[in-house]
Write a protein of this length. Structure first.
Length: 228
């Protein structure tokens, strides 16, 4: 696969970018095997111009990010047209995300993916890409997916009592809780889908259950009052 990239800020709009991109792909014009696929939404106007210039059919390739539970802006994988599911196994293992939680996120995103495919295609079946030369067009906004494989170690950071990334072990998590206690924290709140902390950090879970009363526990929240 060869990627054709352009620097940002060089075009008036995406349609102009598509017309210029099509010039670079002139060798694929008027070929019966060529299919142009666009990643919605930003890739569609670019791909439209490419397909029009090359005389090729245009369709969409819908992708939905699988966000890390509790930190949805961080991708742990993706689902896509055709039943595709990919995971960053290193990230999943590093964060200790349970399989059932991954399945729940994937099921939710597959529902949204199916809804969008119906919207974009109007009931038409997805294209058959077997024995086709596929030109896949996006709008250059997928840098986070590329970076995902390069930066899998998410640091354990705290800001205003909220956490980014996992603790390396139970002892670190307990020390951090003790620090928050010394600084006057009153409650420890686990909001779904961060319940996996209690499953993964069993030492922390036992410590909290033993020392602090649980004042609320339902399918959305688990709240401990930090008083002894």
């Amino acid at each position: 696969m060869k990627a054709v990239r352009a620097k940002p800020g060089l075009f008036r709009d995406r349609r102009e970018a598509g017309r210029l991109l099509a010039e670079k792909l002139a060798a694929y014009a008027d070929r019966s095997d060529v299919l142009v696929l666009a990643l919605p939404r930003g890739g569609v106007p670019v791909a439209y111009e490419v397909a029009r210039a090359l005389g090729a059919p245009l369709d969409v390739f819908v992708v939905r990010k699988l966000g890390v539970p509790g930190y949805e802006e961080l991708a742990m994988g993706a689902v896509a047209t055709g039943g595709v599911r990919v995971l960053n196994e290193q990230l999943v293992e590093r964060l200790g995300i349970p399989e059932q939680m991954i399945d729940a996120v994937a099921a939710r995103e597959r529902q949204e993916l199916a809804r969008r495919e119906r919207l974009y295609r109007g009931g038409r079946p997805p294209p058959d890409v077997r024995s086709r030369t596929v030109i896949l067009v996006d709008d250059g906004q997928w840098g986070n997916v590329r970076a995902l494989g390069e930066h899998t170690l998410i640091p354990f950071l705290e800001k205003d009592g909220q956490y980014w990334g996992p603790a390396p072990d139970d002892e670190t998590a307990i020390r951090e809780l003790e620090r928050l206690l010394r600084e006057g924290a009153s409650y420890l709140v686990f909001a779904w889908p961060s319940f996996w902390w209690l499953e993964h950090y069993t030492g922390l879970h036992n410590y909290v259950r033993r020392l602090f009363p649980c004042i609320l526990e339902n399918e959305r929240l688990i709240v401990f009052e930090l008083k002894r």
